[in-house]
Ligand binder design. Structure first.
Ligand code: SF4
Ligand code: SF4
Ligand code: SF4
Ligand code: FES
Length: 950
């Protein structure tokens, strides 16, 4: 049985250098100043009854159950809102206190349905527990008078219900929504007896501003707010701590289980990345893991026009291996390769790249980070010396100015966004650089000091003009630069950014941002104290993505904003393990730990440990694989957990390349878009079915723990191992912990990492080695990883993607809170109620010019292709810019994106596509073909399932 949180000490922890000693029930205790009497008592093991207090929220003092007696104070003060003081003498129990507490409980219970035995909270209801704790034996008031027992239920949210008849108006939900989530969707309306919890203006939860994070559900001490899964399944029997498999925040959860079924996911309050908070995806959107669309049997076919044939694991693996060997014999050793995934664990990713390097004998391994954060790896390595963010998330609580560039944290990284918003409500300043008015620009109690609404594709022009202000207005932290950076490179950079052509005034016509705004933002960032930069794909997915990352690092170094808490350069990583998949050597030119394959010493280390000779030349990147396939030179591909046919740019080019290959092996949960071009399908496992680790955006390595057996019989790492053995390269791991041990042995930044050590510490931020046995929350503290920080000149080079009369608008793309990337997971959950199709956002001015009204079908045509989306006319986007999400394959967002890419890493320029938009009445030719092809592939799949049922 999972019970209520016994370790809840009632009010939040306080940190203070000043200590206070007091006596509670005759026992002395010393606690930090600012601690509540309730928490001090709980630290001594004395649990004072409470209802409105929880350590996740600030004390409120409304229920009056926690009253105590304090020598020298009048009456009975509430222990949750009374702070300790030196020499205080507290009594937590006597007859008078007990009487008052019973009286309070009696009033609550007299207006509460007594259906405890059938209530979903039975066994973990704090009201029930408190009735027991205060020794309530009778309720004298009867139930005849006015009460709330007949109030209705709000079941509008797909994941939880609100049963007003059970509400004790403790306002924990309201405070959770404000303090933890920062949405302010709930209020207490009315007074006294009439007070009630109300989403927005008396709306249903579904119609309100609620973003379904579930914080209120978790905070509720009664069954008023309850998960629907808990209501239907009953209380869990055991729980396992694991890590969310959605985004790069990496929230820790307790999966509460009944046998092998998940009853609910409860955010882990000891989770270092999330501190007990979550978003709608991690807490609720896990239904995909058991969705009927999952394919659980291996399948093979000779051609993609053939029906699939279900086969044994043995047949599937030996067929896959023999095909790969056949292709190598015919086309050469380098004619095959593989793609790892940021959805998969470190151990799985490591194994795939090992299979390719050691088993396939080439370096043709790449990962989906190619299309998102590869410029981060390159840009930060060049300047700071390490391909990762510099801080932990908690560092934001010490920032004085937060600069968000090309990221939309409330949609993309919601739990971190809530933490960031908490800091902003405390008074930190905010600068946002984004072509679109993201929610953060103006949200409850937060207004950005500057919204730099730049034109897509002009990031580098903007960063140079910000740097120009810093350099020319004497805002450089000279001491820091002299002590910590390469002075020559700094001088070169200073001279460059000081050029008049980089001034905000000169750049205004390029970026579209008024020069005064740029000057104001630069001054604020450089002078407000601790300046922290957070950036996302709006920085990296450009032809100058790497240049912009370097530009950001330059600016941070010049202003001394690196190397301590509250500052830094922080890429908000998209997927759960995108940091890890890069760390694990998924790129064709690098072994694990970002070491080049041409480095003889490093390669020799891997050769010795893996017992095989390795190539010393980089292999093919994903776009090169496509080109080689179309040239008839690259004919076999192993894809684990990645859907390149939907997520890579210029879809028609990608599908042509996939169609050209002779053997595509897809290892995944579903028949995704790439699997429709596959010849072998190996059913993968969800994060609930395997052990391993994920590394989040903070470099934090956390455990993923198996809560159920793999539904297809094998965890993903086991499938890769089977394939490797069949290819003739032996692998004999018994458990993923052995894979991590090998990673630690071969990778200097991971030397101290093991499953045991992670279990001891909860999570570890790499580097973790002899010098940093507990990991490294803040990097580059005394010196940069590369020694001296290096400034690089970042000349602005306009993208080749130009608007003209034929393509007068710029399309840019992004994500929405309820869906996740290609949508393979979230589209198979109730999250569709919030977003069931991708829309084209268009400014009213552009819409009117084209005769487009809200909801109209709009043809979006670029130099690469055309698709049709429904219009959303909105001022969120600026004139000349249109925007869409890309969560549904039939939207074809990547049919229109082009082949342009980052000069250094080939990361596609998803964020800048010149398009025309016109009102249309039918789907595009591509969409019609897509539907026909999908229908055909689904019927070929059904054929396999029908044979299997017989
Ligand atoms: S819904 Fe729950 S948390 Fe909110 S006021 Fe009612 S009892 Fe308290
Ligand atoms: S689910 Fe989250 S956003 Fe919605 S009301 Fe509750 S706390 Fe607020
Ligand atoms: S913020 Fe990211 S990691 Fe956390 S619950 Fe949401 S999707 Fe999962
Ligand atoms: S717990 Fe202190 S007043 Fe409610």
């Amino acid at each position: 049985m999972i019970s209520i949180d016994e370790s809840d000490l009632g009010t939040p922890r306080r940190d203070s250098d000043k200590l206070v000693t007091l006596t509670i029930d005759g026992e002395e205790i010393t606690v930090p100043a600012g601690t509540s009497v309730m928490r001090a008592a709980a630290s001594l093991g004395t649990k004072i009854p409470k209802l409105c207090a929880t350590e996740q929220l600030e004390a409120f003092g409304s229920c009056r159950l926690c009253l105590v007696q304090i020598e020298g104070m009048k009456g009975l003060p509430a222990s949750c809102t009374t702070l300790v003081s030196q020499g205080m003498k507290v009594t937590t129990q006597n007859e008078k206190i007990a009487d008052v507490r019973r009286g309070v409980m009696e009033l609550y219970i007299s207006d509460h349905p007594l259906d405890c035995l059938t209530c979903p909270a039975n066994g973990h209801c704090e009201l029930q527990d408190m009735a027991g704790a205060v020794g309530l034996r009778e309720v004298r008031y009867g139930y005849e008078g006015e009460n709330h027992l007949n109030l209705g239920k709000d079941t509008s949210n797909p994941y939880f219900t609100f049963d007003a008849s059970k509400c004790i108006v403790c306002s924990r939900c309201v405070r959770a929504c404000e303090e933890q989530q920062g949405t302010f969707a709930l209020t207490i309306q009315g007074r006294g007896f009439d007070s009630k919890v109300s989403p927005s203006q008396n709306e249903s939860f579904m119609d309100s501003e609620c973003v379904s994070c579930g914080a209120c559900v978790q905070a509720c001490p009664t069954a008023t707010l309850s998960e629907k899964s808990l209501i239907s399944m009953g209380q869990a029997e055991h729980s396992v701590v694991t890590t969310c498999a959605y985004c790069g925040v990496g929230c820790s959860f307790r999966a509460e289980m009944k046998g092998e079924e998940v009853v609910r996911m409860v955010p882990n309050k000891d989770g270092h990345a999330n501190h007990g908070h979550s978003c709608v995806k991690g807490r609720f959107a896990i239904g995909y893991a058991t969705h009927t669309d999952r394919i659980l049997k291996p399948m093979i076919r000779a051609k993609i026009s053939d029906p699939w044939r279900e086969v044994s694991w043995q047949e599937a693996i030996s067929h896959a291996a023999s095909e790969l060997k056949r292709i190598q014999a015919k086309y050469g050793r380098d004619s095959i390769g593989g793609i790892t995934s940021s959805r998969c664990s470190n151990e799985e990713t490591y194994l795939v790249q090992k299979l390719i390097r050691a088993g396939f004998g080439n370096n043709n391994v790449d990962t989906c980070a190619r299309v998102c954060h590869s410029p981060t790896g390159y840009g930060l390595k060049q300047t700071l010396g390490e391909s990762a963010g510099t801080q932990d998330f908690d560092s934001v609580m010490k920032a004085d100015v937060i600069f968000v560039i090309g990221a939309n944290p409330t949609d993309g990284h919601p739990v971190f966004a809530s933490q960031m918003k908490r800091r902003l409500r405390q008074g930190a300043k905010l600068i946002v650089a984004d072509p679109r008015r993201i929610d953060l620009v103006k949200s409850p109690h937060i207004t950005a000091s500057h919204h730099l609404k730049l034109f897509p594709g002009t990031n580098v022009a903007l960063i140079n003009s910000l740097a120009h202000v810093v350099v020319t207005e004497g805002l450089v932290k000279e001491d820091f630069v002299r002590a910590r950076c390469e002075v020559d490179s700094f001088e070169k950079w200073r001279t460059f950014v000081a050029l008049e052509r980089n001034s905000p005034e000169a750049m205004e016509s390029v970026t579209g941002v008024p020069a005064a705004e740029v000057r104001g933002a630069a001054r604020l960032y450089a002078t407000a104290g601790n300046g922290a930069i957070f950036y996302g794909l709006g920085v990296t997915e450009h032809s100058q993505g790497s240049t912009m990352v370097m530009g950001i690092a330059n600016l941070a170094m010049a202003t001394g904003n690196v190397g301590r808490e509250g500052v830094g350069v922080n890429p908000l990583r998209g997927q759960n393990n995108v940091q890890g998949s890069c760390d694990m050597g998924s790129f064709p030119h690098e072994f694990p730990g970002y070491r080049h394959v041409s480095d003889d010493t490093v390669r020799h280390l891997f050769e010795t440990t893996w017992g095989v000779g390795l190539q010393n030349e980089p292999g093919l990147r994903i776009p090169n694989m496509f080109e080689a396939a179309l040239d008839g030179e690259f004919m076999g591909l192993y894809i684990e957990g990645e859907d390149i046919a939907q997520s890579d740019p210029n879809t028609q080019h990608v599908t042509a390349a996939l169609s050209a290959m002779e053997c595509i092996i897809v290892q995944d949960l579903f028949l995704n878009e790439s699997a429709k071009f596959a010849h072998v399908f190996l059913p993968g496992s969800s994060f609930l079915e395997k052990d391993g680790t994920f590394t989040n955006a903070e470099r934090r390595i956390s455990r993923v723990r198996k809560v159920m057996q793999p539904k297809s019989g094998y965890a993903d790492w086991e499938i890769t191992q089977l394939l490797s053995n069949a290819m003739g390269y032996p692998m004999n791991y018994k458990h993923p912990s052995e894979i991590m041990d090998e990673i630690a042995k071969l990778t200097p930044t991971f030397t101290g990492v093991s499953f045991k050590r992670i279990d001891e510490l909860g999570s570890i931020q790499w580097p973790c080695n002899d010098a940093h046995p507990n990991g490294t929350p803040t990097m580059h503290v005394d010196e940069f990883v590369r020694g001296k920080g290096r400034f690089l000149v970042t000349e602005y080079v306009p993208t080749r993607e130009k608007v003209n009369a034929k393509y007068p608008l710029i399309l840019t793309t992004g994500r929405i809170l309820s869906q996740y990337n290609v949508g393979a997971q979230t589209r198979r959950t109730e999250n569709n109620v919030w977003h069931d199709e991708d829309r084209l956002e268009i400014h009213p001015h552009d819409a009117e010019e084209r005769g487009i009204a809200d909801e109209d079908w709009v043809g979006v045509r670029s130099r690469a292709g055309e698709t049709v989306l429904r219009a959303r006319v909105t001022e969120r986007v600026q004139p000349g810019v249109v925007y869409t999400t890309f969560h549904f394959p039939e939207s074809g967002a990547n049919v229109i994106t082009t082949d342009n890419s980052d000069w250094a890493t080939n990361c596609p320029e998803y964020k800048v596509t010149a398009v025309q938009a016109t009102r249309v009445s039918q789907p595009s030719a591509w969409q019609k073909n897509f539907r026909d092809f999908t229908e055909q592939q689904e019927s070929l799949l059904k054929a396999a399932e029908a044979v299997s049922v017989k």
